[in-house]
Write a protein of this length. Structure first.
Length: 343
């Protein structure tokens, strides 16, 4: 049942979040009105506010039905296909929808080439052995469908595992992470990019706190976004997101080629962001950040995944000693609410 805080948090413009469907407006309102009517809650200070808000939501819901503007929350229809989501984001290049087990990116017509690049790169991902497939398949998306929208947009629907949380959402909810948690995330990303660069011969080039997801209970990372900028190593560079440009080595930018150096730089930038200092200038004075980790995050890196991955083992040992599993007490349900089960 909804709490007073839950009900008051529902905006007047979104009655669909409460009433679910037009045919349930009356029954849901009646049920909640009985519970929150001021006459039945003389000892509850916010009962009047909740009841008044319920009336407003009921009236707005009925108005939307009359005007045929009712929209199902967490459901988008693109070119006749319905996609359930619990998170959406819009930018100049595309609209992104993330559900529990699927995601979809609707790329604007003028950036169609980026969508096609994503399709090509992700579809080509393969695994040399069953062991590698067991390790990496759950960390990477798979193309479920791709099609053209009515306005010329290119839509790519991809699979994602349940229970993963965007790093940006964790930071927004909980603030900077402790150094041990940052360390295991760095380990995951270095392992993934080494697979990209050395096994698949590709670079992702769009790794940042908005495109990387983690499952705190299993210490697993999932690369759920940024694939629009990926491609085969050595091919001409078409585009990069601003976050990559900000941290990229000048030599890699000048070369204008798809390069592993972008991924290596992005990983360190993610680590700095997760510790709450994108520049790393405060690390020297922070006792909670081991010096070996602080130095590694501040340095630009070699640009070679083999070297960076090899060096990382020494950084871990010097920073934290023997490996141990440290729980990060946060879940997708806490971040995304009831709709975390959608998709």
């Amino acid at each position: 049942m909804y709490s007073a805080e839950d009900l008051l948090s529902i905006a007047d413009s979104e009655p669909e979040r409460l009433f679910v469907s037009p045919d349930r407006i009356s029954s849901i309102f009646t049920q909640l009105a009985r519970k929150w009517h001021p006459d039945a809650n003389t000892g509850t200070p916010n009962a009047s506010a909740v009841f008044s808000h319920l009336v407003d939501l009921r009236n707005r819901a009925n108005e939307k039905v009359r005007r045929n503007t009712w929209s199902t929350p967490g459901l988008v229809e693109i070119a006749g296909r319905k996609i359930r989501y619990f998170y959406k984001e819009k930018n100049d290049i595309a609209d992104l929808y993330i559900g529990n087990t699927i995601g979809a990116v609707s790329v604007r017509a003028e950036n169609r080439d980026l969508a096609l690049s994503m399709e090509k790169t992700v579809s080509a991902i393969s695994f040399p052995s069953a062991a590698m497939e067991r390790v990496f398949s759950k960390r990477l998306p798979g193309i479920r469908a791709s099609f053209d929208g009515s306005d010329g947009d290119r839509v790519v629907v991809f699979s994602k595992p349940a229970g993963f949380i965007r790093l940006a959402d964790i930071l927004r909810e909980s603030g900077p992470l402790a150094a041990p948690h940052v360390a295991w995330i760095m380990s995951e990303l270095l392992s993934l990019t080494t697979f990209f660069n050395l096994v698949m011969g590709i670079a992702h080039q769009g790794l940042n706190i908005e495109t990387v997801y983690i499952h705190p209970q299993t210490h697993t990372a999932f690369i759920g976004g940024g694939w629009l900028y990926s491609g085969s190593l050595g091919q001409p560079l078409v585009a990069l997101p601003d976050q990559t440009v900000e941290c990229a080595p000048s030599q890699a930018l000048a070369a204008k080629k798809i390069s592993a150096a972008f991924d290596m730089a992005c990983i360190r930038a993610i680590g700095r962001h997760l510790l709450g200092d994108s520049g790393g200038s405060s690390f020297r004075s922070r006792s909670d950040v081991p010096e070996a980790l602080a130095s590694w995050l501040r340095l630009p890196g070699s640009g070679d995944p083999r070297v960076d991955y090899s060096d990382w083992d020494g950084v871990l040992e010097a920073s934290f000693g023997p490996k141990k599993f440290i729980t990060l007490p946060i879940t997708a349900q806490q971040i995304y609410g009831r709709d975390a089960s959608n998709g």
